[in-house]
Design a protein around this ligand. Structure first.
Ligand SMILES: C[S@@+](CC[C@H](N)C(=O)[O-])C[C@H]1O[C@@H](n2cnc3c(N)ncnc32)[C@H](O)[C@@H]1O
Length: 843
């Protein structure tokens, strides 16, 4: 929760900094800029009267925004430093003298706009005497009625207080439109708002009572003096006025938090008070002491209680929830029974409360409805799940579960491959995975929050089921958490979600031996996507045949991806590995190039392919040569560390991204390659090894978390040779030895600059050499001079120390008038250092 501070550095907000940057004398400038942006009163004004104008930022904005040669008159109790094109003088706007001075400056002119940003400052910054402010605003209005032209605008600052409505009423009598607004640059913690009055009615006669604080603010008994005047007359003491509670002269109101708990209208308290006090507990208030000790009274609640005026919707809700909870604990009735109407005077606050109340009511209704829906869906799914189990036990048929659907031609959906494939039902039925379908559905619901809300309708479930679900749920949460923290895991999941498990299939089969039921899955999935645009049974059949064909072909030769893998240089010398018909290979190569996959090509090959394309034969020859070169030098391009699972995933991803394939050869593959090369193993052996206990796993009915763990840890550990491990180590060492990107960039920049410098020198030397007016000796000496001056190192500019004081403090970026290298220092630091030294010396 961001709490705006009113003191110290809290003041140096973005508007403050922006004002400094733009050269405005106060951040208040932005309030006028924003008000004018909304109502556009300055652009059409030729004469403006700025009341309470010091230090003059509003005058600056006027001078900037108003047409050329406009008249701007600014007045304040404090002196205003001269501003170009602005007339300023010092006076109290409540006095007759001030009125007369304005008249002399304006002569016969009438003002198009009267601005008033007066603030009678008393006490600390946040304690505002709202009455004085309202009174000052009324004084400024009085001046406005005298100097404003008909249709003119009046902008005034007011504080939300008891007198606010009376003031608004008066303004409404004199102007056609009255808008109360709070510009974004006005601090949230401040009670100030601005009233922009447009279309001055300019009545011929104004009832003097309308502008008399005594009658406008009728509660008033004694007329209030201008507090600012106290600055000049310290004898004058602040008087008590009616309109405030006895002993409470400020707008800052606090109430014991226990009152908030007990009240029947908590929203009224949230709207009216600045703070809910908890710490009175120390003064012996029993209710507060109990409240203070409750675990529900968290730090966040304490923060919220500390300043109600800065809270947003979320925090209000938090406080209201807390109240309900505490009421429950203390045994209060938890439903609201009565509502106390809010005081009329705090109209603004009342609106906000009303809004909050409506919003909460809406939210409550929404929540209720969504809970109801979730419950219904959950029940439905559970029923389905039970039906499916029954079906598996031959107690019922899919039709009973609602799986039948009439196709466009009348045939049952049960027998349409396409529809079945879409629901994945057949595939799972075939593999006995119907339970998983239901599980997946239930899980989906759980993911969307169903069942996790602790609703009471799971009594019908068995304890074991419930436990299982809870476990699954916890595991899902764990996975979500992991996914949020782990980019690699996210990437992997994204790949799975996009059905992009082609490579996974390869690595899986490579790791576990090929075959198994996963292959079937892939085939059906491909089938469904291939034929998504046709509903014909025949078409689906065709597609199945096509896929089966391709698989058969893969079995005979190698799949495209497998061929890509074995196309790598390291396998080039192994006989019989790539016995593929010539035409087919050509087709593949072209395809790979066309698709930009290039998995069987390394970087160099790729670069070559960019130029004039070599023929297939040439490419093959080049590859062979290269492979021989690498074999001779023992340079294996391997990066995979055997135990580094994450790294492996990363490499897989890289390979999928279409980057060079140097990363995808693992130590295992290298070992295998060595074994094949040495004749220790044949292709047949490898295929044979593929049939192992890991290849055929029964995954039916097992929970996801278990399957995940299995895939991660239950896999064959293939041997790796010493050479392979060594090669990988070397490779990684080379990787680690590379300079970081920034260093490489800096070096390249340096080199580039040197080349540029050299070019320049060359040009100059050429010019000198071609100069006919110079003798050869002269030429030689001047070129030598040139060279030596170029070789001389430039002296670094000394760093200038700039004190961060006054205007410079709090500004980010280069301070004004400072050129070259500089260092910002805070003089306070120096003082502190000296003090520390002094202290240590004394010691
Ligand atoms: C918030 S500042 C005005 C800032 C100004 N709008 C600006 O942009 O620089 C409020 C000013 O009201 C002035 N003020 C308060 N009472 C006054 C009075 N009776 N007559 C004239 N100025 C007064 C104070 O001296 C103070 O400078």
């Amino acid at each position: 929760m961001a709490i705006q501070k009113k003191h110290g550095k809290g003041r140096l907000d973005k508007w403050y900094k922006l004002a400094k940057e733009k050269g405005y004398r106060a951040r208040a400038a932005f309030k006028l800029i924003q008000l004018n942006k909304k109502y556009g009163f300055l652009e059409k004004s030729k004469v403006v009267l700025d009341l309470c104008a010091a230090p003059g930022s509003w005058c600056q904005v006027c001078a900037e925004t108003m047409p050329k040669d406009s008249i701007i008159v600014g007045v304040d109790l404090s002196p205003i430093k001269p501003i170009p094109k602005v007339i300023t003088f010092q006076s109290d706007i409540t006095t007759e003298k001030c009125r007369a001075t304005i008249r002399t400056h304006l002569k016969t002119w009438k003002a198009d706009c009267v601005l008033h940003d007066g603030a009678p400052n008393v006490g600390t910054a946040w304690v505002q005497d709202s009455y004085n402010q309202a009174e000052l605003a009324l004084h400024s209005l009085k001046l406005a009625t005298e100097f404003l032209v008909e249709g003119g605008a009046f902008v005034t600052k007011v504080f939300r207080s008891k007198d606010y409505n009376s003031l608004l009423w008066v303004l409404n009598q004199l102007f056609t439109k009255v808008h109360a607004t709070k510009p974004p640059s006005s601090r949230n913690v401040s009670a100030e708002i601005f009233v922009v009055c447009l279309g001055f009615k300019a009545p011929k006669r104004i009832d003097p009572r309308l502008l008399d604080p005594r009658s406008v603010f009728e509660d008033l008994k004694d007329p209030a003096p201008n507090n600012e005047a106290k600055v000049y007359n310290p004898e004058v003491k602040k008087r008590k006025r009616e309109g405030y509670e006895e002993g409470d002269y400020t707008q800052f109101k606090e109430i014991a938090a226990s009152e908030f708990i007990q009240t029947t209208d908590p929203i009224a308290i949230l709207g009216q008070y600045n703070r809910l006090a908890l710490e009175q507990a120390k003064n012996g208030d029993v209710a507060l002491a109990a409240l203070d000790k409750l675990p529900e009274t968290t730090d966040e609640i304490r923060h919220c209680c500390a300043d109600l005026k800065v809270l947003g919707r979320k925090e209000f809700k938090l406080l209201l929830k807390w109240r309900l909870r505490v009421r429950e604990i203390f045994g209060f009735p938890t439903k609201k029974t009565t509502k106390t109407p809010l005081a009329e005077e705090v109209a603004e606050v009342e609106n906000m409360d009303e809004e909050l109340r409506i919003q909460e009511e809406l939210q409550r209704i929404k929540d209720k409805e969504s809970h109801k829906k979730k419950r219904e869906r959950r029940k439905e799914n559970e029923k389905k799940q039970k039906d499916i189990v029954r079906m598996q036990m031959n107690m019922t048929t899919p039709m009973d579960i609602g799986m039948e659907q009439e196709g466009p031609r009348g045939e049952g959906a049960m027998f349409r491959l396409k529809t079945i494939d879409q629901t994945e039902a057949l595939r799972r039925v075939a593999k006995g995975k119907m339970v998983k379908v239901a599980e997946a559905e239930t899980k989906k619901d759980r993911d969307s929050g169903i069942g996790s809300s602790g609703e009471t309708d799971d009594e019908s479930d068995g304890e074991a089921d419930r436990l299982e679900r809870e476990l699954d749920n916890m595991y899902d949460q764990y996975r979500e958490k992991k996914a949020a923290a782990d980019a690699k895991y996210r990437a992997k999941r994204a790949r799975q979600e996009h059905g992009d498990d082609e490579w996974e299939g390869v690595s899986e089969s490579e790791k576990e031996g090929s075959g198994g039921d996963d292959d079937d899955d892939d085939m059906l999935e491909e089938d469904s996507s291939d034929d998504s645009d046709t509903e014909e049974r025949g078409d689906t059949g065709k597609s199945l045949i096509r896929d089966l064909d391709s698989t058969a072909q893969d079995g005979a030769g190698l799949s495209k991806r497998a061929r890509g893998f074995f196309n790598q240089d390291i396998f080039q010398t192994i006989p019989g590995l790539l016995d593929v018909p010539e035409e087919e290979e050509e087709g593949e190569e072209e395809g790979a190039e066309g698709e930009g996959e290039g998995e069987a090509m390394d970087v160099d090959d790729k670069e070559e392919s960019d130029d004039e394309l070599p023929t297939i034969q040439e490419q093959k020859k080049m590859r062979k040569e290269k492979s021989a070169r690498k074999q001779a030098s023992g340079d294996f391009e391997i990066v995979k560390d055997h135990d580094d699972d994450d790294d492996w995933e990363d490499k897989e991803k890289k390979a999928k991204d279409g980057r060079p394939n140097i990363d995808i050869i693992t130590a295992e593959a290298m070992t295998l390659a060595h074994q094949l090369a040495r004749g220790e193993k044949t292709a047949h052996d490898i295929i044979d090894e593929g049939y192992n206990k890991y290849a055929f796993k029964d995954r039916d009915g097992l929970p996801d978390w278990f399957l995940d763990d299995e895939t991660r840890h239950d896999k064959p550990h293939k041997p790796i040779t010493k050479e392979a491990a060594q090669a990988i180590k070397e490779k990684l060492r080379a990787y680690n030895a590379r300079p970081i990107k920034k260093v490489a960039e800096a070096r390249a920049r340096k080199k580039f600059k040197q080349v540029q410098k050299l070019e320049k020198l060359k040009k100059k030397a050429d010019l000198l050499a071609g100069d006919e007016g110079m003798s050869e000796k002269e030429k030689a000496t001047s070129i030598a001079k040139l060279m030596s001056s170029a070789a001389r190192k430039k002296r670094k500019q000394p760093v200038r120390v700039v004190k961060a004081a006054g205007m410079n403090r709090g500004i980010s970026g280069r301070p004004k008038g400072v050129k070259g290298r500089y260092k910002m220092v805070d003089p306070r630091m120096k003082k502190e250092m000296r003090a520390l030294k002094r202290i240590s010396k004394k010691k």
